[in-house]
Design a protein. Structure first.
Length: 304
C-alpha cells in the first residue's frame, strides 16, 4: 500500500541535519535537492522508479540535482514553471550567473547541474490539475515558483513560500535575490491558505500538520518584519537583526539549524533589490505626475 503521508528525506546538506529535505509521495519526488545530495533520494526510493519530479522552483537547493536523477531514470517527467523550464533544459546561463556569486564554493555547495532533455519536461503555468494533483502559481520568493496540492490528503507542497520552519519554530521567509516581491508573496500565501491544507510539506524543513494556518499567518507577519528591517540596514546589519530575531523565537538550540537552512547574510540583498525597484518606480510616477500637471497648466494658460 502507498504511504498515506509524504516521506521526508533529510538531505544532510554539508552534513547538517534538518537544513534541507526532499519529499517522496507514491511515485512522485517533490524538490529532490542538489546533485551533491541526490544519493540520499535514490537511497530513500529503495528500488522504486519515480514517475515524476515536481519542482516548486529552480533554485539549486531545490532542483539542482534533477538532471542527475533524469540520467538514472530516463522516463521520469519533470514538472516546472514556464519561467524556469528553459533553465532546466539548458542551465548554462543560470550556472554561470551563480558562479559569479558563489565562486569556488559553487561545486562544494551544489555539485554538477546536468541539463534535462526537453522531452522530459512538462511546462506548467499554474492552474493545472492532473489526477490527485493541483498546481498553483505562487511567486514572491521566485517568479518561477509554484506550489502543489495533493487533494486526497490535503497536503500542500510549498517550496519556500511558507518559509523556513524547523521543529515547530518560527516561519522565516528566505529572501535571496533576484525575485523577492513581498506583495506577490503575500498573495501566494493567501493562495495556499485558500486550499485549506491539512499538511504543509516544504524543503527547510519537513512537514507541518497541527498549526498549518498559524504557520501561514506568522509567515505573513515575518515577511513584513523582514521587509521593513531591510529598508534601514545593510547585509551585515540585516544578518545581525535576523540572528536576534531567530534567537528570540527559536533559542540557541535552533539558531545553527536555521542558519544552515538559509544563511542570514544572503537574505538582505533580495529585499534591498525589491526596495530599489519600489523607489525607482516612485521616481518615475512622480516625474510622470509632474509632466501631467505641467501639461494641464499649459492647456489652461495659452500664454504659457
Amino acid at each position: 500500500m502507498p504511504p498515506a503521508i509524504p516521506q521526508t528525506v533529510d538531505l544532510l546538506h554539508l552534513g547538517k541535519p534538518k537544513a534541507m529535505s526532499a519529499h517522496l509521495f507514491d511515485d512522485v519526488i517533490v524538490d529532490p535537492g542538489c546533485e551533491k545530495t541526490i544519493d540520499r533520494v535514490v537511497e530513500a526510493l529503495d528500488g522504486r522508479t519515480p514517475r515524476a519530479i515536481l519542482l516548486t522552483h529552480i533554485h539549486f537547493d531545490h532542483a539542482g540535482g534533477t538532471g542527475a536523477l533524469v540520467e538514472r531514470f530516463p522516463d521520469v517527467e519533470v514538472w516546472v514553471h514556464e519561467r524556469g523550464a528553459r533553465h532546466m533544459i539548458d542551465p548554462t546561463r543560470l550556472v554561470a550567473s551563480a558562479r559569479k556569486v558563489f565562486g569556488d564554493y559553487f561545486d562544494m555547495l551544489w555539485g554538477e547541474v546536468i541539463p534535462i532533455p526537453e522531452k522530459n519536461v512538462r511546462v506548467l503555468h499554474g492552474g493545472e490539475s492532473e489526477g490527485p494533483w493541483e498546481v498553483a502559481y505562487t511567486p514572491g520568493h521566485a517568479q518561477h515558483h509554484v506550489s502543489y496540492l495533493h487533494r486526497p490528503t490535503r497536503t500542500a507542497f510549498t517550496g519556500d513560500v511558507t518559509g523556513i520552519r524547523i521543529d515547530g519554530g518560527p516561519a522565516l521567509p528566505p529572501t535571496p535575490p533576484p525575485d523577492i516581491d513581498p506583495p506577490l508573496w503575500h498573495q501566494s500565501l493567501e493562495t495556499v491558505a485558500a486550499w485549506e491544507p491539512e499538511r504543509l510539506a516544504f524543503m527547510h524543513f519537513g512537514q507541518t500538520t497541527g498549526d498549518v494556518m498559524e504557520q501561514i499567518a506568522t509567515c505573513h507577519e515575518a515577511l513584513d518584519q523582514f521587509s521593513e528591517a531591510a529598508r534601514t540596514t545593510d547585509a551585515a546589519g540585516m544578518a545581525e537583526w535576523i540572528r536576534a530575531w531567530v534567537l528570540e523565537r527559536a533559542g540557541e538550540e535552533g539558531l545553527p539549524t536555521y542558519y544552515a537552512a538559509g544563511p542570514f547574510e544572503g537574505l538582505w540583498a533580495g529585499l534591498d533589490r525589491y526596495w530599489q525597484r519600489v523607489h525607482r518606480q516612485a521616481e518615475v510616477d512622480a516625474a510622470e505626475a509632474q509632466d501631467h500637471s505641467a501639461a494641464e497648466q499649459a492647456a489652461e494658460d495659452p500664454k504659457a
